[in-house]
Design a protein around this ligand. Sequence first.
Ligand code: NCD
Length: 294
Amino acid sequence: MKSFLSVRDLGPDEMRSLVEKASELRDVLDLGGEVEPVLRQRCVANLFFEPSTRTRLSFDLAARRLGADVITFNPETASTSKGESLRDTALTVSSMGVDVLVVRHRDDGVPRAVSEWTGVPVVNAGDGTNEHPTQALVDLVTMQRHFGALEGIHLGIVGDISHSRVAGSLVAAAMSLGVRVTLIAPEHWLPSGVAVPARNDLDGALADLDVVYLLRVQTERGGQISDEYVERFQLGKDRLGSLGEKTIVMHPGPINRGVELSDDVADSPRSHILEQVRNGVPCRMTVLRALVAT
Ligand code: NCD
């Protein structure tokens, strides 16, 4: 694997293999086992032009666990604030002898552009409304570990789907591995031209779902929170009773309590949100390892 820019660049076998390897690594980390420092004397640069907590920190920890040096770019204190272009910033960082660039940006396509400008392996850590491929890997690993297999699981993705890069990667990756996907949102948040079953009534959908995957309303990308949205689509205590026995609740974070989910749901045993976070480190280690192995 030269770069990890889009789940669409990988075939199902390659994606399945990443899921298996990441899940095995999670077991190794849980048991406190040794991990070979395959990134020793290598450098991973985090270029995050948008805010991030779990993605940036988990890449940081993942790289360090593999023995890498890590440098982190902060757009507020860097020369981009003096007018340096994105291309010049990318070329400057890559010229320091960086082995992997981890890139997040508000515009679609920036990680791919950075990989073309620099020739350095790039991981897409979220670009605009396009893709967030390592989050999809995290989510597949979380589901596989809970259900034992991905084939046939019914995943309902709820909320601001049209602005969501998380959904952009997860829908394609999940379907390629045999997961049944239903999109659940008000009409204006359902992406047009996507051949995936969709509905606008959460109440009618819940009983049949194995995973209720909630999304944050992307207010920074034009999504607007309304009372009607909260009323119709918030997963609250009253709706928990409609879930099947093994059904879990997932969310990529950051969560907005009181909007897409209530406190009771966020803190209930149904919630696998912190389990997703926990899977973030082995997943990102697996991706970094795949990049340096080629
Ligand atoms: C998401 C993102 O930034 O795309 N968060 C994440 O990386 N876990 C989702 C979001 O911001 O809503």
